[in-house]
Design a protein around this ligand. Structure first.
Ligand code: IMP
Ligand code: MG
Length: 185
């Protein structure tokens, strides 16, 4: 039986607490400042909240990845950074770490560009389908093996602007991507 209603996983208040904790960890580790690199588009709400919660000087930059094919593990950069990360402390900001393939590629790429350090801040860490042995340095929530929506996370572009995190049913969304719109808005 599919889930008819999305299930609340983390409220706006839960997220605020988690982001506050991540921000103080980042501030401690990167006391000389950092470049926060947002992996578009899912990490946008997290980036916006993190940069206002840290108490260090930060710069922000953006990149975007695309898979070569829907289920392929190979990724490529479709939008590159504007800044040169040589010698910089970089924190990659991700919505969710799943297989770890995107992250593995990005961490490797930033090291190739001679970043002084590369850390990862992820809202969600879902270990169930991990392929590359890679873990975020800063994690909002450990995630069960479910599909997440809201606070940046989407299904076919929908639901990113919800201020809470929900668990949805991918089977139901595959039939109708708008299925949850009447309940969530
Ligand atoms: P991976 O770690 O390389 O498998 O890539 C994870 C990416 O897939 C994330 O950055 C999201 O863009 C997307 N993704 C994975 N799981 C979910 C989910 O539960 N909801 C929405 N997007 C997801
Ligand atoms: Mg993503």
């Amino acid at each position: 039986m599919g889930r008819v209603e999305p299930q609340l996983f983390a409220s706006r208040e839960d997220i605020e607490l988690a982001v506050g904790r991540m921000a103080s960890e980042i501030s401690q580790q990167c006391s000389d400042g950092a470049v926060l690199v947002s992996v578009l588009k899912g990490s946008l709400p997290l980036l916006a909240d993190l940069i206002r919660a840290v108490d260090i000087a930060v710069e922000v930059d953006f990149l975007a990845l695309s898979r070569f094919a829907a289920d392929s593990g190979r990724v490529r950069l479709v939008k590159d950074l504007d800044c040169d990360v040589t010698g910089r402390e970089v924190v990659l900001v991700e919505d969710i770490v799943d297989t770890g393939l995107s992250l593995g590629y990005l961490v490797g790429e930033l090291h190739r560009r001679s970043a002084a350090s590369v850390a990862v801040a992820a809202l969600l860490n879902r270990g169930a389908r991990r392929i590359l042995p890679i873990e975020p340095d800063y994690t909002g929530f450990e995630a069960p093996d479910e599909f997440f929506l809201g606070y940046g996370l989407d299904w076919a572009g929908r639901y990113r602007n919800l201020d809470s995190l929900f668990i949805g049913d991918p089977g139901l969304l595959a039939d109708d991507p708008d299925a949850y719109i009447p309940m969530l808005y």
